[in-house]
Design a protein around this ligand. Sequence first.
Ligand SMILES: [Cu+2]
Length: 268
Amino acid sequence: MRLTINLTHTHRHTQTYHRTKLMKMESWVRALMVIGFLFPLLVQGRVRHYKFNVVTKNANRLCSSKPIVTVNGRFPGPTLYAREGDNVLVKVVNHVKYNISIHWHGIRQLRTGWADGPAYITQCPIQPGQNYVYNFTITGQRGTLFWHAHILWLRATVHGAIVILPKLGVPYPFPKPHMEQVVILGEWWKSDTETVINQAMKSGLAPNISDAHTINGHPGRILGCQTQGGFQLSVEKGKSYMLRIINAALNEELFFKIASHQLMVADG
Ligand SMILES: [Cu+2]
């Protein structure tokens, strides 16, 4: 609230009147400030802190193993949760040999363009051994987005979900589902993904197609190969489930359905 004090009045009565009015407003402002200090969550969003350690991890898929670049050793990476209006701070620490940057895909960077993430466009990439704190506020949007590396082909394994919940006390604009689940669709190459893209760049041809599609990091069952057996979600008959579906594949359009079930788009 901005208070404008008008000093041009000369009439004594008017001055007193304005002074009392001003004092009343001041007490209101003071009361609002006290509420703001006591209940910051009501007045504005929370500050959410995340730490993303970019590290190499050995991963075993399709009967073969290879080192992959990950966030916090996980594939897919951690889900970033926030509410609309929250301020998000993500400290990204680069422990790998590649330069890295993270794009917050779909987040409207209002007056925080430098936190968007594309390397060499809005920032220099984070060099090995270095770190960078992304700082942005989520304004006027909610739902499911995702984050991913935005340099080289590191997004093949460096990606994860962004779940933006409505403001505290605001319900979803549809009946509350029994449960919700992030479903990240991806691609898996048996060979090193940087080698795949480097070969493509050298030859001018399309990159080799992936060896498998993945759901939350799991390829399906393969004959003669002991794998984890795909992603599984236990459900109860008659209940509704919200799937937050993300296509994190690099080169392919993917189509998603569940046999003998109906899908509805929960469009807010
Ligand atoms: Cu992106």
